[in-house]
Design a protein around this ligand. Structure first.
Ligand code: SF4
Ligand code: SF4
Length: 482
């Protein structure tokens, strides 16, 4: 409530805004972990830092209703969640609640992008609205109130806003191609207040139009203008490939997104999943490192918060799948550990959400996290390629579409080569930059048992030792005269 009031009354004076928010956060932060977040907020909102301008953008362009019903809830739920929420859920269901549930009520889409089979789905494939409502209600009973809606294109699902309106104590991020966001829709979203679209855009016009079709870039820009005018909060979402990474990292591009009104954004590396996986679209390990450095720099210098899904594993204590922080329910009700891992043992047509979250499949994933002490290499699918596959096989999880296993089988060699390249670079970064201390300290606070954390640390040190010894030997061989 304190934070809601502070964010709701933000005005045109950036210094006063910063003081209000800092005071509110000082009031609600509890314990060591929230203390670290508090420290970060103090630094980010310091004089001359980008947080002040970010707050100014928020206060200038966002409807107070949206600030209270979306922004304040987001900050409290994601950064300052009351520990009692987790304890209550654990007593009742035997699991702690993830921070968010991803749910795809439809796989249909009005676009027909390269490599995406969304246009092959029909209306009969949609999730019935009662099931959508039930999944949200069960999640709310467990203590979750943040939901991410994906597809397909969620706005082709005719029940979307009716179901959201029934859950007005929760808040929603909706991933959309933007084509349905005209002025009237933007006004409706501002009235609801608890919905923030994530408008997907794959870079400047030549990249977005090439993958989505001629004119789709202009439609995204128009959707952003409509959202900004109506006072909605919104972000961008970008699929990062080997081809568009440099354009996405450019200063002109991020400045355009800021001008358009995006407050934050999600960057997802291309993953070779789906019906036609193509590893050559994945950014190279060097490019991934460039994305890490550039997005981190923008966060520190510009009034926007881009989140780099893999490289920011450092901010979440590593992999968040399997219900530790998130999971995904697809249009058929299959409960998948991650939006990119299309395997399931449970379906909410046959069980409760809590039963799915407490399943042995999900428990093994959670008990294996973090998959590395170096949380710059968080992923059991692409950074430790056979790890997720062995958990899938151990629990007999079934693929949720044809070909879901290709990443682990026919593409196994490609994935191992990629993972080796990432390790080479990211272990150096982890040891060489300022990551090591704070990221390790943060991971240790993310509910990981100390003995598991220590085992990961030792495994990392041993592997680093072996690599150093090997490169010393190679160095001697190469420097031997003759
Ligand atoms: S907009 Fe998204 S869901 Fe629709 S076809 Fe393109 S990639 Fe698929
Ligand atoms: S499995 Fe990989 S992509 Fe999914 S949450 Fe974990 S680290 Fe991220």
């Amino acid at each position: 409530m304190v934070l809601g009031q502070a964010i709701g009354v933000l005005g045109g004076n950036p210094d006063r805004n910063a003081r209000y928010l800092i005071r509110a956060i000082d009031h609600i932060a509890r314990g060591e972990k929230q203390g670290l977040i508090r420290e970060w907020v103090h630094g980010w909102l310091g004089e001359g830092r980008p947080g002040r301008q970010f707050l100014h953008r928020l206060s200038e362009h966002t409807h107070p209703n949206v600030r209270r019903r979306y922004i304040a809830r987001m900050v409290v739920s994601m950064l300052f969640r009351d520990p009692e929420v987790g304890e209550r859920c654990f007593q009742r269901y035997g699991v702690t609640p993830p921070y968010t549930m991803l749910i795809s009520p439809t796989m249909r889409c009005n676009y027909c992008c390269q490599g995406c089979d969304a246009s092959s789905y029909e209306r009969k494939d949609d999730m019935p609205p009662d099931l959508f409502h039930r999944a949200l209600s069960e999640a709310e009973d467990m203590g979750m109130n943040f939901f991410i809606v994906l597809g397909g294109e969620p706005f082709v699902y005719p029940h979307l806003l009716d179901v959201i309106a029934r859950h007005d104590r929760s808040f929603f991020q909706v991933y959309t191609n933007g084509s349905f966001i005209d002025e009237a829709m933007a006004r409706r979203l501002a009235e609801l207040g608890n919905v923030a679209p994530q408008v997907s855009v794959n870079g400047p016009p030549q990249y977005t139009d090439a993958s989505r079709g001629q004119g789709s870039f202009d439609q995204v820009m128009q959707a952003m203008d409509n959202l900004r005018l109506a006072g909605c909060v919104f972000g961008f979402s970008t699929l990062v490939t080997r081809g568009n990474l440099d354009a996405i990292c450019s200063e002109e591009w991020i400045d355009l997104l800021i001008d358009k009104g995006a407050l934050y954004g999600w960057l997802f590396l291309y993953m070779p999943v789906g019906s036609e996986p193509n590893p050559s679209l994945m950014p190279t390990p060097e490019q991934r490192n460039k994305l890490r450095a550039v997005m981190r720099h923008y966060r520190q210098t510009k009034p926007i918060l881009p989140i780099d899904f893999w490289n920011d594993g450092t901010l979440t204590g590593g992999c968040i799948a399997g219900g530790r922080l998130y999971f995904h329910v697809n249009h058929r009700g299959d409960v998948e550990p991650c939006i990119f891992c299309h395997f399931a043992t449970h379906n909410i047509n046959e069980c409760t959400l809590a039963e799915a979250l407490a399943s042995p499949f999900f428990m093994t994933i959670k008990e294996s996290q973090p998959f590395s002490y170096n949380t710059l290499r968080p992923c059991p699918m692409i950074d430790h390629p056979q790890t997720m596959w062995s958990i899938i096989q151990q629990h007999g999880a079934r693929p949720t579409h044809d070909g879901a296993e290709q990443m682990f089988t026919t593409l196994a060699d490609d994935m191992q080569g990629y993972a080796d390249g990432v390790q080479e670079i990211m272990d150096e970064v982890w040891d060489g930059e300022d990551y090591h201390d704070w990221a390790a300290r943060w991971t240790a606070m993310c509910g990981i048992p100390p003995e598991r954390f220590e085992a990961r640390r030792q495994a990392y040190e041993e592997s680093r030792g072996r690599r150093r010894a090997r490169s010393n030997v190679l160095g001697r061989v190469h420097s031997t005269p003759g």
